[in-house]
Design a protein around this ligand. Structure first.
Ligand SMILES: [Fe+2]
Ligand SMILES: [Fe+2]
Length: 161
């Protein structure tokens, strides 16, 4: 049996950790899709400017999914999942876009970001000091989600001014 130091240094229930990271992984795909669709469909004030920023967020959510996927694999988890499983595995309630008005699209994005911030903040408390590799990944993702929230709040303020 080959020694696996990666797992040996994790001072936390690895199965529970993989479950949490899998939840986040599903949420990231839904967030990415929500941004991508919003960038294509949203109509209203500052459309070009906001759509460009939503595409930046889309790419960052995909990069979060990649960070989480790599960590899940390092921990011995399984990534096999279909898009129809995202909602079941995820923890944030990503709604389909029914209203393409900019205000509504941004409000849905804000809801998603605030759910993500709460989730990652809790996860960070769970892993801090117990799994430094996961901690570093979650800190990076959390700071991105905070930036996303602030971008959306600024756009909401701009279009409501
Ligand atoms: Fe994300
Ligand atoms: Fe985000």
């Amino acid at each position: 049996m080959i020694k696996n130091k990666t797992l040996e240094i994790v001072d936390i229930d690895v199965k529970l950790l993989i479950d949490k990271l899998t939840t986040a992984f599903a949420d990231e795909w839904m967030a990415a899709y929500q941004y991508w669709l919003g960038a294509k469909l949203a109509r209203g004030p500052l459309r070009s400017e906001i759509a460009a920023e939503l595409m930046v967020h889309y790419e960052e959510e995909i990069s979060h999914a990649t960070l989480l996927a790599d960590r899940i694999l390092q921990l011995g988890g399984d990534l096999r999942m279909f898009p129809h499983d995202w909602k079941r595995f995820g923890s944030c309630d990503y709604d389909a876009i029914t209203n393409v008005q900019m205000l509504s699209v941004l409000q849905e994005n804000l809801k998603g970001e605030q759910c993500a911030i709460a989730f990652y903040n809790d996860l960070l408390k769970m892993v801090q000091g117990k799994d430094f590799a996961t901690q570093a990944i979650i800190m990076k993702i959390l700071s991105d989600e905070i930036e996303h929230e602030q971008d959306i709040i600024q756009f909401l303020e701009d279009i409501s001014a």
